[in-house]
Design a binder for this molecule. Structure first.
Ligand SMILES: [Zn+2]
Length: 347
């Protein structure tokens, strides 16, 4: 990318994909810093005014969009203002805690965010140079909202990017992006890091540094991504909830119903989505093991007894459908009751 920038061949629209927590938005920021640097070489110089502003997430020509709760205001202008406020809040948090966790499961790029992006893209650069727009977790763009208005507005921007604008989209699963948007971007796939690199990062950057078996465990669980390794992810809670659901589903109808009706625990919709994600991961791991591949994490006892990869994949399909429905306005309790029945059928 540094070479492409030097030779003036850097695409205006990039899509960085790769595993959760592997550093996609981090790389986007690096590229933004390089594009805005006053003395760029193969790396951002790190000492010029622009570089410092990017590092403090305060550069007026660097716009970082992340999924946020859907604005509640009634009219468009107020919604855009609300989105700007929510984004500013996230950026303030990231200034304090640069090793941030993934966004809340229900957070999205709503039409308000896209309108804000349009507004900012229509202005000229404050510093007179390049403008950088990072759209993190781009698959969180809600296509069904306002009859695709948000997606179409973004599409229009990406089809004819304003001069001097650089758009970097990131996505864990680019297949969940609209194909029309995906086709406008030059793809860049990030792989998992070698364990040695994760280990070196943990030893050097995490205080207090984990040692011995604790270090080994974290390196293995991270699966080549720094994000999960630094432990900001709270994945354990969601995984425990997913395992409890699997136990309930395989234990019979009465337990199943009870379990679904006790979902006050998912008062926050984000927790619910995180549980669904963990459920999909767990089923995927079980399917791997049933196919004779090594599983990456311990599998709940109830799934261990099911050696039929086909059934596990069917279950995975049902969870994917529930995940889609959860992005809309469906009551989690109702969704879980239906999902419980469906899983009991296939498992
Ligand atoms: Zn610089």
């Amino acid at each position: 990318m540094a070479q492409a920038r030097r030779e003036g061949r850097l695409p205006q629209v990039l899509l960085i994909s790769g595993p959760t927590g592997v550093g996609k938005q981090r790389l986007a920021l690096w590229l933004g810093q390089l594009a805005l640097c006053e003395r760029p070489a193969d790396e951002p110089c790190g000492v010029c005014r622009s570089c410092h502003l990017v590092e403090r997430l305060a550069h007026p020509d660097l716009h970082w969009f992340v999924p946020i709760p859907r604005p509640k205001a009634a009219d468009n202008e107020k919604q855009a203002a609300e989105a700007a406020e929510a984004l500013a809040l996230v950026m303030a948090e990231r200034r304090e805690q640069p090793l941030y966790a993934p966004p809340d499961g229900m957070a999205s790029h709503s039409l308000a965010s896209v309108r804000l992006l349009q507004q900012q893209a229509s202005l000229t650069a404050v510093e007179g140079g390049v403008r950088v727009f990072i759209i993190g977790d781009a698959e969180r763009l809600i296509p069904q909202e306002s009859s695709q208005e948000a997606a179409n507005a973004l599409l229009k921007l990406l089809e004819e990017p304003p001069a001097g604008a650089l758009f970097v989209l990131t996505a864990t699963d680019p297949r969940r992006l609209l194909s029309t948007i995906r086709s406008r971007a030059i793809p860049l796939r990030l792989g998992r890091l070698p364990d040695a690199e994760v280990r070196a990062f943990l030893s050097a950057r995490v205080k207090p540094a984990p040692l011995g078996a604790a270090l080994d465990e974290r390196v293995t669980a991270a699966e080549g991504a720094i994000g999960p390794a630094v432990g900001a992810y709270g994945g354990d809670k969601a995984r425990d909830a997913a395992a409890a659901l699997i136990e309930a589903v395989t234990a019979g109808a009465t337990v199943r119903l009870e379990r679904a009706l006790r979902q006050g625990a998912f008062a926050a919709r984000g927790d619910f989505s995180a549980m669904l994600d963990a459920l999909a991961e767990t089923l995927g791991d079980a399917a791997r093991e049933a196919s004779g591949l090594p599983s990456r994490r311990p599998i709940p006892e109830a799934l261990r007894r099911r050696r039929d990869a086909g059934a596990l994949l069917a279950a995975l399909d049902r969870v994917a459908e529930a995940r889609e429905a959860a992005a809309g306005n469906v009551n989690p309790q109702l969704l879980l009751a239906v999902l419980g029945e469906e899983l009991a059928e296939v498992l």
